[in-house]
Design a protein around this ligand. Structure first.
Ligand SMILES: *[C@@H]1O[C@H](CO)[C@@H](O)[C@H](O)[C@H]1NC(C)=O
Ligand SMILES: *[C@@H]1O[C@H](CO)[C@@H](O)[C@H](O)[C@H]1NC(C)=O
Ligand SMILES: *[C@@H]1O[C@H](CO)[C@@H](O)[C@H](O)[C@H]1NC(C)=O
Ligand SMILES: *[C@@H]1O[C@H](CO)[C@@H](O)[C@H](O)[C@H]1NC(C)=O
Length: 618
């Protein structure tokens, strides 16, 4: 290449690459309910460029994830506006609902500012603002929009919360909402009506998904007309994160909660501790973290937990902490003898571990030491104080190793010992919860849950075995309520090989988002209406032997969103072998991009070509 050819080459390269950051190369047309890509400079003659999102949002079915369940009517045209036009008008007689919703609305505005590229925020810094009471109505700035280039000048979000002032979600909470729009000249009103804070919060989340950024106008757009009536199919829609195998910063937990709220998940099950580490800093027993945390930095103080709880609440999510017991409790529990409290836990780090626990390192609480129960009671008290009232509290209870206890108590019926342990702990939970038993006590399923010693009306069993295991039927037949976390569909940690020098991977292969999405055990089990009511919902689980906060987002997303739609919408598809419809791919892909836009490092579903050319990769 001679010099002038080289210069020409550079010139061409730079002019092409200057186009790429905003993808202005392409324009889209809606053809038979899908967006078709055209090369803007060569394949169109001067009409206005339509960016991908503007086409996607106005082409085919409503592009909201999870899909609304009751009624959806939208017009496939859109209106331009700027985030400054938005104002909240609250109408509720419940003070606490009003206070919280203003914060939710503040988050909504901030995220729209982010996508409109007016302001950037970091999930990490958000807590500071949230603590201040912020009244968006005080802060109406002069609108950036003038009539000539905006379609909406005043955009009122009018929110009615009618029936309940309860801001603690439970299994009775009515999460339904209606969302409708009216337009009068340049005045748009989006009206959200709901019976509870939580319903109204979901309405806001849906509204947010009817809005997108149009880079051609450098403004936001919203569908010009919409009527949506929506309610979830299942009440319990959870995500479990294990923060013991590896530590996760509060910031990364907040990012996770933000993602959950977009996908309308409502329970964050925080598997706080396990035998590897004990990061929770108890005020009563600081020794637990002093001995058990990976470092004094890798801990959760009361303030940290409080921050997570408030962040979650504004997003319609209840935090459910779990101190797993009696198994899965080793490091952190070794100081009993030194303080005159006796052995609190047994088999701590004992080898060869294979005899005494399911994975190294071992540790199982001492069921015959009264101090063990007192410590648990105090931990529950602290945690309940931090999370606020809950109708569901998780006690763990799984994978008890009888060999471990057998070394000490071989004269005792060891299964009976487990039952005694669980019953005592339930009693301590009641004391810790101001003498009220939470409506449901969560325990993991295990060979022992079938011993029927637990009071079935009070226990919800989190079923984690395979979806075809008989325990599923047995537990339901025996009258237990269940929360489904089947390992073969809803374990997100599987498929990364073995993490030990010896032995197989625990649960290969990888569960794809399609596996998560397609899983409908209530159908396979042919549960009738009565029995189906015992399925409170489901939860994806992320055990963290092989992931820490560096890989967290892409382990969770977009797969967790697939669970969101399964439990919220529970779409019918006739045959479990049928492929997932194109429409679902398209919506999921847009949702995934929204997550990325808001700072979550979600995995791509396919080559970007397929995202830009919906339907062309089938
Ligand atoms: C939503 O609208 C439907 C139909 O108009 C109505 O029956 C229902 O009560 C409304 N729900 C709420 C929460 O306002
Ligand atoms: C265990 O402690 C509780 C109070 O914390 C007490 O009521 C109970 O009697 C004690 N049990 C034994 C066996 O010491
Ligand atoms: C419970 O919370 C209150 C205030 O919210 C606080 O004063 C008290 O110390 C807390 N108790 C525990 C055990 O953390
Ligand atoms: C019970 O423990 C004793 C003392 O450690 C031991 O001699 C005995 O063999 C054990 N019995 C069983 C059935 O394991």
């Amino acid at each position: 290449m001679n010099l002038s050819a080289f210069l020409l080459f550079c010139l061409i390269k730079s002019s092409v690459s200057s186009l790429s950051p905003t993808e202005k190369t392409w324009t889209y047309k809606c053809e038979s309910d899908k967006c078709v890509r055209y090369h803007y400079l060569t394949e169109t003659n001067g009409e206005k460029r339509v960016p991908f999102m503007t086409c996607s949002m106005t082409c085919g079915d409503v592009n909201v994830w999870p899909h609304p369940t009751r009624r959806v009517g939208v017009l496939s045209s859109s209106l331009k506006f700027s985030v400054e036009s938005l104002q909240l008008k609250m109408s509720t007689s419940f003070h606490e609902v009003d206070r919280l919703y203003r914060k939710s609305f503040h988050v909504f505005l901030r995220e729209l500012k982010q996508i409109q590229k007016i302001e950037f925020f970091d999930h990490a810094k958000v807590a500071e603002n949230e603590r201040q009471s912020f009244n968006p109505e005080d802060k109406v700035k002069p609108s950036k929009c003038v009539k000539s280039h905006c379609d909406i000048i005043n955009f009122i979000v009018e929110v009615h919360v009618l029936k309940s002032g309860n801001v603690h979600i439970d299994l009775e909470t009515d999460e339904s909402y209606n969302l409708t729009s009216t337009l009068d000249n340049n005045n748009m009103v989006a009206k959200i009506t709901a019976n509870t804070f939580f319903g109204a919060r979901h309405g806001l989340s849906t509204l947010q998904q009817l809005i997108w950024y149009d880079e051609e106008d450098d403004l936001l757009r919203i569908l010009s007309r919409f009527v949506i009536n929506d309610a979830p199919k299942f009440k319990y829609r959870g995500l479990m994160l294990d923060t013991s195998r590896n530590y996760f910063s509060v910031d990364s937990i907040k990012r996770t909660l933000a993602g959950m709220s977009y996908a309308k998940l409502n329970r964050f099950h925080w598997h706080l501790t396990d035998s590897q580490s004990f990061p929770f800093v108890s005020k009563y027993y600081p020794e637990l973290a002093a001995y058990g945390a990976y470092s004094d930095r890798e801990t959760y103080t009361h303030e940290d937990v409080q921050e997570v709880v408030e962040y979650a609440k504004i997003r319609g999510i209840q935090v459910i902490p779990e101190i797993d017991a009696p198994a899965h409790a080793g490091n952190g529990w070794e100081w009993g003898p030194k303080k005159g409290l006796g052995d609190l836990s047994l088999c701590i780090n004992q080898q060869p571990w294979k005899f005494y626990c399911g994975e190294p390192p071992c540790g199982q609480l001492n069921p015959k030491n009264n101090n063990t129960y007192l410590i648990l009671q105090k931990l529950y008290e602290e945690l309940l104080n931090l999370t606020g009232p809950t109708d569901y509290f998780h006690l763990g209870g799984d994978e008890v190793n009888l060999e471990c206890w057998g070394q000490y108590f071989n004269e005792t019926d060891l299964r009976g010992l487990w039952c005694d342990f669980m019953l005592q702990v339930m009693n301590r939970l009641k004391i810790a919860n101001k003498n009220v038993m939470p409506k449901f006590v969560g325990v993991w399923s295990s060979g022992l849950t079938s011993t029927r010693c637990l009071p079935k009306s009070q226990v919800a069993v989190q079923v984690w075995g395979g979806s075809t295991w008989t325990e599923n039927y047995d537990l339901i037949e025996n009258g237990f309520n269940v929360i489904i976390s089947h390992v073969d569909a809803w374990y997100l940690d599987c498929g990364f090989g073995s993490w030990r020098q010896t032995g197989d991977a625990a649960c290969s292969p990888y569960r794809t988002w399609q596996n998560v999405y397609k899983h409908k055990p209530w159908e396979k089990m042919r549960l009738d209406g009565m029995r189906k009511k015992q399925v409170l919902g489901g939860e994806v689980c992320l055990w963290t032997e092989q992931v820490d906060e560096n890989g967290l987002d892409n382990r969770l997303w977009p797969r967790t969103a697939a669970l969101g739609e399964r439990l919220w919408t529970d779409p019918d598809d006739d045959n479990s072998l049928d492929p997932i419809p194109r429409e679902v791919f398209i919506r999921m892909s847009v949702f995934r991009n929204r997550l990325v836009e808001l700072g979550l490092k979600a995995e791509p579903m396919f080559p970007k070509y397929c995202q830009q050319n919906p339907g062309e990769c089938e």
